[in-house]
Every structure is written in C-alpha cells, then in structure tokens.
Design a protein around this ligand. Structure first.
Ligand SMILES: [Zn+2]
Ligand SMILES: [Zn+2]
Length: 181
C-alpha cells in the first residue's frame, strides 16, 4: 500500500497523477525501506536517474534527492531505472522497472498502485562511485552586467571576467570583430 499522505504530497508537487510518477514513487519507497532511512535533509542520499521523466519528481519529494541540493544526477538513457546510494553506509541499490505488458493508462496506474514490489521492479545491490559533494564557490561580479556569478562559471575575454550571456554577447558583437579596412 502506498502511504496516502506521501502520494498526496507527490501529486501536489508534480501536478497530476500519472504512471510515470507512480514508478518514481514506488522506487523511492523501496529505496527508503532498503536503507531504513527517512528523506535526505542534506546529501546523505544520492539518486542517479536514467531518464528525465515524471518519476523524477517523486524522488525529489520522497527521497529528498533534489535538483537544488546537488544529490540528483541524470543519465539520459531513456530507461525507468534509478540507482540510490547512501553516503552513510557507502551502499547503493539499483531499482529498475520490469518490462510490463501493454496496458492502457488506467490499467497501468491501477497496477502501479496495487502490484507488489517484486512484480514491478528488479532490485539489486550495486557498487557505486559516489560523486563528490556539491561545492560552494565564491560569487564574483561580471565585469559587464555586474551580476554576481559563480567564479567557476565566468569566462575570460581580453582580461575581463564575463558571465556566460555577456561573453556570448561580446563574441557576437561587431565591435569584437571590426570590419577589415
Ligand atoms: Zn506526470
Ligand atoms: Zn554579465
């Protein structure tokens, strides 16, 4: 059974209930149970997802692996697979959706709500190379627009430190490539 409160919060965040969201939600619940832990308030859990689909939003809500904290990583494999790792134990688990027979959307939703973990997913422990923790860099003013910019994102142009948009603008402006003659 999917916890009603968890389902409601996930749907509220995502905007609608759909099979993809349920795949993410079921995966997230499996991961929490596997590690015997709660939602990550910091970076103690990390998730590597192999798609950019609805289910990723459930991972953000339930696992606390979020775009903003830097503990959510994407591989664009187009597969319904997520690998979740715990920095506390150094262990990781790969959760992949088993191939499903062709079903209507309503049937898929029903199945994802009621079928057992084992009917839906293959779950295996795997080795994980943990990505280094998200770094915090100094913010430096762009020499053109003056906006604070993470120093590693600045571009150098004739001794000036520019943010990416200002760098692109300078490179395409006529002043930078004056007409010959
Ligand atoms: Zn969706
Ligand atoms: Zn700028």
């Amino acid at each position: 059974m999917i916890d009603k409160d968890m389902l409601d919060r996930t749907v509220a965040f995502h905007g609608h209930l759909c099979p993809g969201l349920l795949i993410g939600l079921r995966s997230a619940i499996i991961a929490l149970a596997h590690f015997g832990t709660g939602r990550a308030s910091d970076e103690e859990l990390i998730a590597i997802v192999e798609n950019r689909a609805c289910g990723v939003d459930a991972l953000q809500v339930v696992l606390g692996t979020t775009a903003g904290k830097g503990n959510l990583f994407f591989k664009n494999h187009g597969k319904q697979v997520v690998t979740v790792g715990s920095r506390l134990t150094g262990k990781a688990v790969r959760i992949s959706l088993r191939r499903q027979e062709e079903l209507s959307r309503a049937e898929k939703t029903e199945r994802l709500m009621t079928a057992s973990d084992g009917e839906l997913f293959d779950v295996v422990e795997v080795e994980m190379d943990f990505p280094s923790k998200a770094k915090v860099f100094r913010s430096v003013a762009c020499d053109d627009c003056g906006e604070g910019t993470m120093e590693t994102a600045l571009r150098l142009l004739e001794g000036r430190k520019l943010c990416e948009p200002c760098f692109e603008m300078a490179m395409t402006s006529k002043d930078f490539f004056p007409p010959k003659g």
